[in-house]
Design a protein around this ligand. Sequence first.
Ligand code: ADP
Length: 683
Amino acid sequence: MKETSNIFSNDQAIPGNSFQSQLSQADLTFKELVHALPVAIYTCDNEGFIDFFNPAAMALWGRQPEIGKDKWHSFWNYCHADGSAMPLDECPVAITLKSGQIFSAKEIKIKKNNHPCLNLLVSPCPIFDDQHHIIGVHNTVVDVTMQKQNEEKKAMLSALVESSDDAIISKSLQGMITSWNSGAEKIFGYTEQEVLGKHISIIIPHHLKSEEDTIISKVRSGEKLDHFQTTRVAKSGMEIPISITVSPIKDTRGNIIGASKIARDISERLLIERTIQQSTQNLRILNTIGKIISENLDARVILQEVTDATTEITGAEFGAFFYNTIDERGEAFMLFTLSGAPREAFEKFGMPRNTAVFNTTFSGKGIVRSDDIRKDPRYGHNLPHHGIPEGHLPVVSYLAVPVISSSGVVLGGLFFGHPEPGVFTLEHEAIVDNIASQAAVALDNSKYFEEVKALSAKKDEFIALASHELKTPLTTIKGYLQILEKSEQNDRDRLFIGKISNQVDKLNTLISDLFDVSKIEAGKLQLFMESFDLQELVTEIIETFQYTDKSHRIILQSDGKPLPLEADKARIEQVMLNLLTNAIKYSPKANEVLVTIESTESTVTVRVKDEGIGLSTEHQKKIFSRFYRAEGTANIAGLGLGLYLTKEIIDRHHGQIAVKSEPGKGSTFFFTLPLKPIMSDNR
Ligand code: ADP
């Protein structure tokens, strides 16, 4: 091991010897220089022992080496630049010591226990003696860790910018483009070379030019613009909807020197949003129309709804439903409902005729959908117009869907037109076809309903006629019975005449009820209004009733005060008789019926309470309808008309009628009528 020296064992120059002194001075200057250098420098002897180092080397090692003890490799583990372990004999210093090879800024990595890796550039050089033997190595070591990290970060960032589908653009505060990634190239169609140094307004549409001033003034004041939706123009001239985020770019001292702009092409997103909106809207329409179709029996309402909805869904300029009504010449179809255009727009031109284009639909051959009907080979062959008549709504896009009933009859067709080409899609076709099938079912139902209505009208007509015809002979029978009653009779004859008379009365009531029903249906039930006291009427009715019917005791509960009514007395009597007859008829095991009368200043309520068979809630809802009879009443005579008439009479008097009942416990029927207002005497 040779004699060692280092910067800290600073030899002083020997005064008096001028050459020696100059040399010492130079040595001193050199040592001071090395001492001050920020780069680590050290030397080692041929055995690797460190014999010289500067403070920067010491700082890098992390401690002061012990001269004669520490070797150049005593401080670290060595790695190649890629991070893989480097055996000691492959280290640059070891190679230089062994072979004299010179390294210039060789990149290595070092690891110190529990410390992050450092990137170093080492430049070991051999030191020779006079005989050119290697007696040591001097090495400069530069720590480039930070630089390396920055480079990596930069590379990563630019890879990120380049790989982004978004346009990432930077520009100066004057709006000059300073960088332009491949995303920007893809979206706007300009290459980086084409736009660098150009003003950003190159991609701003004319009508939005002022936007840039606002953006730049925000950037200047350090503000960020987040997800701002606007439009930019591509090289091709196409306008692209974009969402942009603009942020200020600052230099190392924090001064704003430009702006970065991230722009995302949102045309696809907007398209999806629009499609979702459209689908939701279509679903809503389909839902509404499904409801209307299923709930309605009126053909015109159904078809108008269908035409409106399908016109809206398809985006047609107008839509129409034509009935498949062939005229005497076997030609025209009838316009039934129209949407999107005034009726006159069609009526001036007459109905569509049996042309090749229309025939496809009306003969049920299928749907016709055309982006431009004028190019259809079936179009334009008919006189006199050879296509759409002059002045008619222009039709370029055309869609026609037949409406076919379940029995295969083509009821008509839904037609849609638009002056632009290519408006109707396959999806429109499918939706309209679906609605057309639903409409066909509804139209079938509506037809059946009309038939049922016609049959029902016939039945009412028959009832009116029959009850009228039955009444005449019955009146005659009743007349002869009255003559017989007055003539001399034995006991047996009197009994029989009495029984016949009773049955004739019942028959008479039934026929009267039937006659009343037919009058109600025809809207001809007349009321003959008069003033009377309800209290008096009810009392009389009960007395008479009690006289003929002894099976039940009818109890009247009332304060007895007069109850003035303006009503049809005979009809109110009919109501009372119906309720009393029912109360007795439907309480065969009981022997009492309670009638109560209560009044307020303006109304009177009469209740008829029995302790009979009662009614379930389900039946209670239905007993006021025509011919309705509750279950379990088959052995009790009746037609199911009394309550229907009763309700009609009360309704016509602006009153209300209802029932409270419990099966097996009895029922209370009650009606309320308005009392005749008492005129105040102002004299
Ligand atoms: P009808 O008595 O001729 O059948 P109504 O119209 O008077 O016809 O009554 C309709 C139905 O209501 C009856 O068939 C019966 O089922 C039920 N109903 C009416 N009154 C009563 C009652 N007091 N108690 C139980 N059920 C009744």
